[in-house]
Design a protein around this ligand. Structure first.
Ligand code: ARG
Length: 457
């Protein structure tokens, strides 16, 4: 049964009905649809727009539909036009004429705007919860690896030594910002469009404050035309999801690199890797690769919605129905990606010796060697040149700076003394860097303290 059959005499073309239908994806927010209708019905009764008796009947009918859908006693009819029509028709079937009064002072335009907001708000909170779990895992690894030395890179070339705690702390910051962004978006979207009507409000004395508060919003939206046609909050969330995926993808790329035969910094657990059908030796980092690959898909959803909205005149247009599949797909992708990435990260084994050895082999202490000369009176620019020549010498000799004798050092500058070895040891290079945000122990302790605060906030 169509909600809008009255004006029509002819039948809808079959393909039109199929193309127009949204039940296959909007049934996903049946809970939100029913909760919104419950609030609307109670408010109608409260305002005397319908009798309290009818309001109670509707509320009871909706409660039953809710629990029957939950238990599986009632299943959603795939032939219905959308979830709104489905719920209303089942209600009327069950409770009779009172059911027909539910839609008083309401349009599917404000109804769908409400459902989507409720669903998106809950989803954003769920994504945040998953991110918090990932933050916890990162922090745990940080705490266990304050002295796990590794090379830090620029241009993917070994640069200066850092620790694993420091390196992962960078990702902690990224995901913490992502949580903050979701929180901001939720605060901004937390206004109820219910009562906007089709676009111009309604002549009934609706209490929009009441429904807004019943549904846990900060208040009602201020303009009915904006209320039914605003999807900015979805674009904001999709942009937040895109950033999360971008961060996961960067991290994945590093995991893929660290997992190569050449690096061997890590070993991904068997449960999070797959093999090859032909090459028996293979153990592939598929999850990291898939996260990296699926990032484009989430960006795609963001682009979809930006494009849907860009030429849309006020107020509601059916184009807006396209918000759902794009949002749901991105939501599912980001949710699965965070959960799987967290599981993979939590079970990775770090080859600490290999990491430290790699930091040693790559002249990552060259800056510190130059700084040593500076503290012994050599101007930095000269020191830079001297160490550059020393590095060339070592490359030729196939050794590290630490392997040279004091005499060899002295051939390049008389400023070198016996204490050069201590000054350029991996431990010193890291430990001496204690400015805020640096990899030294004190700085990392401070970082960890800050991470704890973020998690508990
Ligand atoms: N399925 C529609 C949507 O998702 C519901 C709103 C229908 N409104 C209308 N005027 N046809 O946007």
């Amino acid at each position: 049964m169509k909600l809008w059959g009255g004006r029509f005499t002819g039948q809808t073309n079959e393909l039109v009905a199929k193309y127009n239908s949204s039940i296959s994806f909007d049934s996903r927010f049946w809970r939100e649809d029913i909760k919104g209708s419950m609030a609307h019905a109670l408010m109608l009764g409260n305002q005397g727009i319908i009798s309290r008796e009818d309001a109670e009947k509707i509320h009871k009918g909706l409660t039953d539909i809710y629990s029957d859908l939950e238990s599986g006693k009632l299943t959603i009819d795939p032939e219905a036009e959308d979830i709104h029509s489905f719920v209303e028709s089942v209600l009327t079937e069950r409770i009779g004429d009172a059911g027909k009064k539910l839609h008083t002072g309401r349009s599917r335009n404000d109804q769908v705007a409400l459902d989507m907001r409720l669903y998106a708000k809950a989803s954003a909170k769920e994504v945040s919860k998953n991110l918090k779990k990932l933050l916890n895992t990162i922090l745990k690894i940080m705490k266990e690896n304050k002295e796990t030395y590794m090379p830090g890179f620029t241009h993917l070339q070994k640069a200066q030594p850092v620790t694993l705690a420091h390196h992962l702390g960078a990702y902690f910051e990224m995901f913490a910002r992502d949580c903050g962004r979701l929180k901001d978006a939720v605060a901004r979207m937390n206004y109820s469009p219910l009562g906007s009507g089709a676009l111009a409000g309604t002549t009934y004395p609706l209490d929009r404050e009441m429904t807004a508060h019943m549904l846990d919003f900060s208040g009602p939206t201020e303009n009915s035309m904006d209320g039914v046609s605003d999807r900015d909050y979805l674009i904001e969330l999709l942009s937040d999801f895109s950033l999360i995926m971008m961060h996961l993808s960067r991290f994945s790329e590093e995991i893929i690199i660290w997992n190569t035969n050449e690096y061997r910094f890590i070993e991904i657990d068997d449960s999070y890797s797959t093999g090859s059908s032909i090459m028996p030796q293979k153990k592939n980092p598929d999850i990291a690769e898939l996260v990296r690959g699926k990032t484009g898909r989430v960006y795609g959803s963001l682009m979809t919605l930006l494009t849907v909205l860009k030429g849309l005149p006020l107020a509601y247009n059916k184009d807006l129905q396209e918000d759902k599949e794009a949002f749901f797909d991105a939501l599912d992708t980001v949710t699965d990606s965070i959960i799987l990435f967290e599981g993979m990260l939590a079970t990775i084994r770090f080859n600490k010796d290999v990491m430290a050895q790699s930091a040693k082999n790559g002249f990552t202490n060259a800056t510190d060697a130059a700084d040593y000369l500076v503290t012994h009176g050599v101007p930095f620019r000269d020191a830079h040149g001297i160490i550059g020549r020393l590095v060339l010498y070592c490359i030729d000799k196939k050794c590290a700076l630490d392997d040279l004798t004091v005499d060899e050092f002295k051939q390049f500058s008389p400023a070198f003394e016996e204490d050069i070895y201590d000054a350029i040891s991996l431990k010193t290079c890291v430990e001496k860097r204690n400015t805020i945000g640096a990899p030294g122990t004190q700085a990392v302790e401070r970082m960890i303290q800050h991470c704890e605060e973020v998690i508990n906030s």
